[in-house]
Ligand binder design. Structure first.
Ligand code: ADP
Ligand code: MG
Length: 341
């Protein structure tokens, strides 16, 4: 009833530079829930980088060490739904709050989904305060750092920053090799070293894909009664790389562009007319038009609530500047490279 997945444990969570801070903070929290300054512990990062896994691992370890403590893992979507159900029935809002306020270690996954849900945010605020005041541990995950979260009340955001925010990044080559080997070992399959290296070299952005490739490889070679050949691995990796290219989102483009210019997302989306920020914003619009299927209107609304004419103007400006300004062309080339992983 903790909703924990025992396979998502620390032993199966390979350590690397990309996750060292989050992993060790998670360990510290698991060994002393509520007793460290990492409260809340906020784990954030892109899709498929291990947030859910790490969040479970903390819970699993707490349960192991302190069997009497109540641990609860809940996705934010489920939390929102439960809250909705509770308020529909008379006075069950209090029961809902009490239920959550009894928990020793509360893990809430993908907290960014609270965005715009003011009523549920209020309820979460009350729960959070009660738990925190009583030395209970809160663990949160999010796809963004608290500073970049939108439509979440300031008082909640400031609490998210009370403890420690640890980013999970894309794993480096070594870590990808370790993840692959651990995964294959658990599945009891042997794959030639060169195939493992090939996969690790080409699938760089997220662990879920790395695992997807392994699953396909195992299925395909069993189906064709073939060896785990490099040729087969190449076909599978090719398919994955093509699929991910299609999946670039406006959100992702904005992140890449902000990071490239070393400005934060809020600044990129702000109304400021500072030249370098305007250019960054226009580049985000240009690449969104080029690489996603989103309409001009939708791109505009996602990049700081602009209209479609602004996006169209941005695309033209970028085309012009690329043709006339060498430095600007370099920006376009650099960002293109970063977006075509
Ligand atoms: P997120 O919640 O960030 O989208 P998940 O936690 O669902 O990502 O991770 C996606 C998959 O990758 C899961 O199957 C998880 O076990 C695996 N994974 C992620 N990071 C690691 C790691 N460091 N070691 C081993 N497996 C990992
Ligand atoms: Mg997740």
């Amino acid at each position: 009833e903790s909703n924990l997945n025992p396979n998502y444990c620390f032993e199966n969570f390979m350590e690397g530079e990309s996750n060292r801070l989050g992993r060790s903070a998670g360990m510290a929290v698991a060994n002393k829930p509520g007793g460290t300054s990492f409260n809340p512990l906020m784990i954030y990062g892109g899709v498929g980088l291990g947030k859910t896994h790490l969040a479970h691992a903390i819970g699993v370890q707490v349960k192991d060490k302190y069997p009497d403590k109540t641990v609860l893992y809940v996705s934010t979507e489920k939390f929102i739904q439960q809250y909705g159900d509770a308020v529909l029935k008379n006075n069950n809002r209090n029961d809902f709050l009490h239920f959550y306020q009894m928990i020793d270690v509360l893990i809430v996954d993908d907290i960014q989904f609270l965005s715009g849900k003011t009523k549920t945010q209020d309820a979460f605020f009350q729960i959070f305060n009660e738990l925190h005041q009583n030395g209970k541990q809160v663990i949160l995950t999010s796809d963004k750092a608290p500073v970049d979260m939108q439509d979440i009340e300031q008082r909640l955001l400031s609490r998210f920053k009370w403890g420690l925010s640890a980013e999970l990044q894309a794993p480096d080559y070594e870590t990808r090799i370790n993840i692959l080997k651990n995964r294959l070992y658990r599945d009891g399959v042997e794959v030639p070293e060169e195939v493992i290296e090939f996969i690790a070299k080409h699938i760089k952005t997220n662990v879920r894909e790395l695992e997807g490739v392994v699953t396909s490889l195992i299925a395909q070679s069993a189906f064709n009664k073939k060896e785990f050949s490099l040729t087969l691995a190449k076909t599978i990796v090719d398919k994955f790389v093509k699929n991910t290219k299609k999946e670039v989102s406006v959100d992702y483009i904005q992140k890449v562009v902000s990071k490239y210019f070393e400005i934060d997302l809020a600044t990129l989306q702000s109304k400021t007319r500072k030249r370098h920020i305007v250019q960054a914003r226009q580049l985000a619009m240009y690449f969104s038009k080029k690489l996603t299927k989103s309409s001009l209107a939708s791109i505009g609304s996602q990049i700081g609530k602009r209209d479609h004419a602004t996006v169209l103007h941005a695309c033209k400006t970028v085309d012009n500047l690329t043709a006339t300004d060498k430095q600007f062309k370099k920006y376009v080339d650099d960002i293109s490279k970063k977006l075509s992983f």
